[in-house]
Design a protein around this ligand. Structure first.
Ligand code: HEM
Length: 442
């Protein structure tokens, strides 16, 4: 066979319309109708969807060299520049190696105290019976944590400003992606100007973080110092101011919005499943006995870990991973032409009944007995895989588990009735229009 099956395409094709109307539903229906490798056309783009774990492994690992990031994610270039998420080739590899030491397991363990401490302090500000918008709360918390652990900066005063700007950019990205406007637009439309203003607001925060460190001249040995003081091994040059800005912006944004989204969905799921919540509560009592969680407790907080894993399965913040072929290659036994955009729709793969029993149910205990080891490697990949795998994987899992434990041991959160919350595929899978929850102190 030379070409995979798929919905017939043309600009106003059924595929483009379905994608525009309901991106997640489109991903889920294509695998049902056409199978593991799906080819379609949307506007000027040749788009493939790959669902089989083996084909995803080819895309992200074995044939990774045949692909670059997709035009969809490249829409983030005005915001993230040439930072780690978007850079390519030798340049990317050099920057990745530079940042890597800040994410080594031992280093990450050292961040645990800040993570649990900030979470406890944050939740202490919630009054019994109060209604909080949980997603905004999680954004503020994870932002403060990434600022403190990686940049030794206090960004607590910027939470509102940064969240507002991030929301504008998320919506702008979502609208462009849905309408397949993937090329950079120079025309100063109102939405474009709004996005530019939002980027300037975030720039101000990032520049302040960098300027404070430069002014102190100190080498604190954290990620920011590594980036500021890094020198090229060959010619001794330092990173340009623009590159430094791009790296800090990338880590600042990638390092908090994803984890905040993951936690938001976790609270949403827990609130609807009292038996899971009760089991989590029992574990927290047994393991912690009322004291604050610490990194040393993590090996015994197994159920909490499974709750996080299961939430990342059902609502993966990175709901799909996109690439574009830079040369002719092959996937799932089919020849792929250069320029083809290939998407691994994490959302749909994580809900595939071939890999997960009762795939739409929130059942943390499915992760017991090492399910992760029994699954094909790419049946579950919330952090991607291969060379471009999330650099913050261990950071995020530890942070999410510690925040879950620190918050759940102090309060119960219930959904304010009458809300319709929709997973919305912007840059990450946001709960829209937010998540209003009532606090009951334990
Ligand atoms: C639950 C939380 C998180 C999820 C679900 C997540 C997911 C991902 C995924 C799927 C990728 C790969 C994208 C691709 O292959 O195109 C990625 C890359 C990346 N993530 Fe995360 N991430 C999370 C947390 C974090 C944290 C905490 C940080 C930093 C503190 C971070 C920084 C990055 C960076 C810099 C990259 C680009 C890495 C590279 O290409 O070298 N992420 N993330």
């Amino acid at each position: 066979m030379s070409k995979p099956p798929g919905p017939k395409g043309a600009f106003f094709s059924a595929a483009a319309t379905a994608f525009r109307r309901d991106q997640l539903g489109f991903y889920a229906s294509c695998v049902r109708e056409y199978g593991d490798v799906v080819a379609t056309r949307m506007g000027p783009y040749r788009i493939w969807l790959v669902y089989h774990p083996d084909a995803i492994e080819e895309l992200l690992v074995t044939r990774a060299r045949d692909f670059v990031k997709s035009p969809g994610v490249r829409l983030l270039r005005p915001l993230l520049g040439d930072g780690l998420l978007l850079s390519e080739g030798d340049f990317w590899l050099r920057q990745r190696r530079l940042a890597q030491p800040a994410f080594h397991r031992q280093r990450v363990a050292g961040y645990g105290e800040v993570m649990a401490g900030f979470a406890a302090r944050h939740v202490a500000g919630w009054a019994n019976g109060a209604v909080v918008e949980l997603h905004g709360e999680m954004m503020a918390l994870t932002q403060a944590i990434v600022g403190k652990t990686l940049f030794d900066a206090d960004v607590s005063g910027d939470a509102h400003e940064a969240s507002e700007a991030a929301k504008v950019l998320a919506e702008d990205f979502g609208a462009k992606l849905a309408s397949l406007r993937l090329l950079p637009a120079w025309v100063p439309t109102p939405s474009h100007l709004r996005a530019r203003r939002a980027i300037r607001r975030l720039d101000a925060i990032v520049h302040r973080i960098i300027a404070a460190r430069r002014a102190s001249g100190e080498d604190r040995g954290d990620l920011l110092s590594m980036l500021v003081h890094a020198q090229d091994a060959d010619d001794g040059t330092r990173m340009t101011a623009r590159q430094l800005r791009d790296e800090v912006m990338t880590i600042f944004l990638a390092g908090h919005e994803t984890t905040a989204v993951a936690l938001s969905w976790t609270w949403y799921l827990l609130a609807q499943q009292p038996e899971v919540e009760a089991r989590l509560d029992a574990e927290l009592r047994t393991v912690l006995g009322g004291r604050a969680p610490a990194v040393a407790d993590l090996p015994r907080l197994t159920y909490a870990g499974m709750v996080v894993a299961e939430s990342l399965r059902l609502f993966p913040p990175a709901y799909g991973i996109g690439r574009q072929a830079v040369r002719s290659t092959e996937l799932g036994g089919y020849p792929v032409a250069g320029k083809t955009i290939v998407i691994a729709p994490t959302w749909a793969v994580h809900r595939d009944g071939r890999w997960f029993d009762k795939p739409d149910e929130f059942r943390p205990e499915r992760w017991a007995d090492d399910l992760a080891r029994r699954l094909p490697r790419f049946a579950y990949f919330p952090f991607g895989g291969g060379p471009r795998q999330c650099i913050g994987n261990a950071f995020a899992l530890m942070e999410a588990t510690l925040i879950l434990a620190a918050v759940a041991q102090r309060v119960r959160l219930s959904l304010v009735p009458g809300q319709r919350i929709t997973p919305t595929p912007y840059i990450t899978l946001r709960p829209e229009p937010g998540l209003r929850m009532r606090v009951a102190r334990r």
